[in-house]
Design a protein around this ligand. Structure first.
Ligand SMILES: [Zn+2]
Length: 87
């Protein structure tokens, strides 16, 4: 798994390698009002793209990969990816 986020400033799908994040142009305007979608993140383990919310970007709740083949769970801490320890 990649350990650091790579922030993309422009939406270039081919550059969405694992651990790459792209902040949505309408960040904060879609999804649940109390925890709206904020960015697209390529899973740092398998590279599958998924939407993440403002709370996930703030590191308050873990990001869980949406792929059936991947069980990655991690927190975003600033620009780092911190693997969630199984409790
Ligand atoms: Zn994954």
């Amino acid at each position: 798994m990649v350990g650091e986020l790579n922030v993309l400033s422009e939406w270039i799908p081919e550059q969405m390698s694992p651990g790459t994040i792209f902040v949505l142009e309408n960040a904060g305007e879609v999804g649940e009002p109390e925890d709206p979608y904020f960015a697209v993140l390529a899973c740092p383990s398998c590279g599958v793209l998924g939407l993440i919310t403002r709370r996930q970007i703030a590191g308050l709740i873990p990001v869980i990969c949406g792929s059936d083949q991947c069980s990655a769970q991690f927190f975003i801490r600033d620009n780092d990816i911190v693997v969630r320890k199984a409790s």
